[in-house]
Design a protein around this ligand. Structure first.
Ligand SMILES: O=C(O)CCC(=O)C(=O)O
Ligand SMILES: [Fe+2]
Length: 421
């Protein structure tokens, strides 16, 4: 088969599941009691049978919610109009672990080895969206490189509007928590967990009060403390179609006969730490995780990488390095090559280019030859160039556009085990 046909077949074989999971769970007053501070005193209400007056009092006890624009928290009610209460100002009786929400989200959003690790849900904020409240499109600010998803729990209070709309790779999904909770025979909460880098917005609430708790979900590198309940079955990861397509490609002597690299522009973005010298522990999401697993299982050496564009050349660097565009004595290009062990990415026809810093021809070893299976649509930003709409200012981490680069051996030596890294 011609190379282009093989690459297209590989791309078609990548299985993409939706970047979220949702559900409803019946609750009792034991789950929906909320205590909160109000100046020097305290109040409480039951969010499964709250009156208008109680909800208004809760809304009045909230502060206006800000959002993050790069490194700053800003209040701009044309972008986000909502009330927020920080987690030191209230106590909720809702336990997302006991209700099985964390376990469900765990098996529905993660696959492979990640199902054996521990997911921690960290309570972040309480939000009240009154009439005319909304939150325009944003990604949730990564708070640490092990944060992979956000969880929103909506209580059964009366309201209309306020649907959460998610958008990813030209697809759109709506989570209408008002309709979902209204439709249940018993008082129920509605939840949604989504990969935090997925664009999302809250539509305008047209009446009532939409009360939510938000949580940040982290994948810890420790084995699962308690077995997942038997009723919660892992969603079988569908690696088989891509596995078959990649094995077939590797068995084809005309496909990268002398070896080379396969590149995969990723479907999701990943948090990169802004604290220098700290290796990131990325939690790969959805189809990106699937690509990594399959490459590993076929001894095609996958690495999470960043590609920087410097003077029309593309330089591939491991995603574990943090690169910003301050003044480097040697020039940014030399620094990427020497300090960060970068390689110039060329296709199989290109001539070896000149080094833009020294104007001499680059060495063959400084370049790699790559075929892209899925295109890399955006190059990595140098850290200092980055400004984004988040739900909080980012101090520690930002999202980066990354790719997987996978090293394919020459035909006949493809399946040799690579030394572990
Ligand atoms: O309330 C929701 O459905 C989502 C809220 C949100 O996106 C946020 O607080 O960052
Ligand atoms: Fe958000």
């Amino acid at each position: 088969m011609a190379t282009q046909e093989i690459l297209a077949a590989l791309e078609d074989a990548i299985y993409r599941q939706p970047p979220f999971c949702t559900g409803t769970i019946p609750v009792s007053s034991r789950d929906t009691t909320l205590f909160y501070k109000q100046g020097e005193s305290a109040s409480w209400l039951d969010l499964s049978q709250a009156t208008e007056d109680q909800l208004q009092a809760l809304a009045d006890a909230c502060e206006p919610a800000t959002f993050g624009l790069g490194q700053r928290d800003v209040l701009d009610e044309t972008y986000r109009k909502a009330g927020k209460m920080d987690s030191d100002k209230f106590l909720t009786s809702l336990d997302v672990d006991k209700l099985g929400i964390v376990a469900r989200v765990h098996v529905q959003l993660l696959e492979g080895d990640d199902v054996e690790k521990t997911v921690n849900a960290e309570l972040y904020k309480l939000n009240v969206y009154e009439k005319d409240s909304f939150f325009k499109t944003h990604k949730d600010t990564p708070r640490g490189d092990t944060m992979f998803a956000s969880l929103v729990v909506a209580f059964p209070t009366p309201y209309e509007g306020g649907a959460l709309v998610l958008r990813h790779n030209d697809e759109e999904w709506t989570f209408d928590s008002a309709a979902l909770t209204r439709e249940q025979a018993k008082p129920s909460i509605a939840y949604i967990a989504f990969f935090s880098d997925v664009d999302h917005e809250v539509a305008v609430v047209t009446s009532g009060h939409r009360v939510t708790l938000t949580y940040n979900l982290y994948l810890e590198d420790t084995p699962l403390r308690e077995k997942l309940p038997a009723s919660i079955k892992p969603v079988a990861a569908d690696d088989s179609v891509f596995h078959t397509a990649l094995s077939k490609a590797l068995d084809d002597p005309s496909f990268l006969p002398n070896g080379g690299y396969l590149g995969f522009g990723l479907s999701f973005k990943y948090p990169i730490g802004l604290v220098e010298g700290r290796a990131a522990k990325h939690v790969l999401k959805g189809s990106d995780a699937m690509i990594f697993r399959v490459c590993q299982s076929l001894s095609v050496r996958p690495r999470l990488s960043a590609v920087y564009e410097v003077e029309e050349l593309r330089v591939l660097v491991s995603a574990y390095y943090l690169v910003d565009n301050r003044e480097y004595e040697e020039g940014i290009f030399q620094t990427l090559l020497w300090e960060f062990h970068g390689k110039i990415v060329l296709n199989f026809e290109e001539d070896i280019p000149l080094n833009p810093d020294t104007r001499t021809r680059l060495e063959r070893e400084e370049c790699i030859r790559m075929e892209w299976v899925t295109p890399l649509t955006t190059y990595s930003h140098f850290c200092s160039d980055y400004i984004a709409h988040g739900n909080e200012a980012s101090a520690e981490c930002i999202y980066a556009d990354l790719c997987i680069s996978a090293e394919v051996g020459p035909f006949g030596r493809r399946h040799e085990k690579c030394p572990s890294e």
